[in-house]
Design a protein around this ligand. Structure first.
Ligand code: HSE
Length: 300
């Protein structure tokens, strides 16, 4: 028995929803090929596209570690599993790279075991993978990668994950400036205490964004996507962040911000053409300061 699974990149936080909002894109993403073998135990036989950066040790790799957890949970540690991981998206990009790999692996093992768990039930296993990857089990990448679309993590304890509606023509223009920002470091630089007046602004914006998604109100979505807590600190790590924001907004973006922990940035648009033009302009801007970049355009 062999299965091949693709899982998508995700844009976490969606500006104002640190650790509670995220959406999936069509591409890029990662691929896992999984085979049942005769020899009990989970092994990673091959990783491609990672430039040797990811561990082959099954206890340290997020894909095999979460598959091991899954097998323990269903009481099938007697089984042998061989995993090939094909990275098809940049690592440390803020696009949910570890999440895409982990989710592809969990979806594959669940398929091999007749979908014993629902995608919702796989979320906690994937969160443990995130904990291994960056020290904290946030769900705002793994939940949209598993469920698709826009997702709200209403609560972590107990876990309460909710799929949200969104305007059907919504697109994302994503640009990844090729500078490395590990999520672990980008999390450590955030202040852990916030002022009440800033919290008031933030939860007003989260509620505004969610309302805009429900009512297809792009104007409300745009004016709600403001982050007073995290972006002011993390934007320092992103070359020409505010310049890129001005360019995107002048070109008709609904909103602009950091994808996950960065350095990728994204703009929401109402159509694919605007998204393409924005990625081209942002890449040109980065090139003018000698930063190479990759870009992706996707529907949400
Ligand atoms: N919510 C997480 C963070 C996402 O911002 O650290 C990481 O991609």
């Amino acid at each position: 028995d062999t299965v091949k699974v693709f899982a998508p990149a995700t844009v976490a936080n969606v500006v104002c929803g640190f650790d509670v909002l995220g959406f999936a894109v069509n591409a890029p993403g990662d691929e896992v090929v999984m085979r049942v073998t005769d020899k009990p135990g989970v092994i990673i036989s091959k990783i491609t596209g990672d430039d040797g950066r990811l561990p082959l040790n099954p206890d340290k790799n997020t894909v095999s570690a979460s598959v091991q957890d899954y097998l323990k949970h269903i009481g099938r540690t007697d089984i042998g599993i061989d995993i090939e991981l094909h990275k098809k998206m940049p690592i440390g990009s803020g696009l949910g790279s570890s999440s895409a790999s982990t989710v592809a692996g969990l979806f594959a093992i669940n398929t091999l075991f007749d979908n014993q768990l629902s995608n919702q039930e796989l979320v906690p296993f994937a969160m443990k993978g995130e904990e291994l990857a960056c020290g904290y089990g946030h769900a705002d990448n793994v939940a949209p990668a598993l469920l698709g679309g826009f997702v709200l993590v209403r609560s972590y304890e107990p876990l309460d994950v909710i799929s949200l509606p969104f305007p059907q023509d919504m697109c994302a223009a994503i640009v990844y400036p090729e500078v490395d920002v590990p999520t672990k470091d980008a999390r450590q630089m955030i202040r852990s205490k916030v002022l009440l007046k800033d919290a008031v602004k933030q939860w007003g914006n989260v509620a505004g964004l969610v309302t805009g998604l429900f009512t297809n109100d792009y104007d409300l979505i745009g004016r709600s996507m403001v982050d007073v807590l995290v972006e002011p600190t993390r934007s320092i790590l992103i070359p020409d962040f505010y310049k890129m924001r001005s360019i995107a907004m002048e070109m008709g973006a609904v909103s602009f911000g950091i994808s996950g922990s960065g350095p990728s940035v994204f703009a929401l648009t109402k159509d694919q053409d605007t998204a393409h033009l924005i990625t081209q302009a942002l890449q040109k801007q980065l090139k003018s300061i000698q930063i190479n970049s990759l870009s992706f355009v996707s529907s949400v």
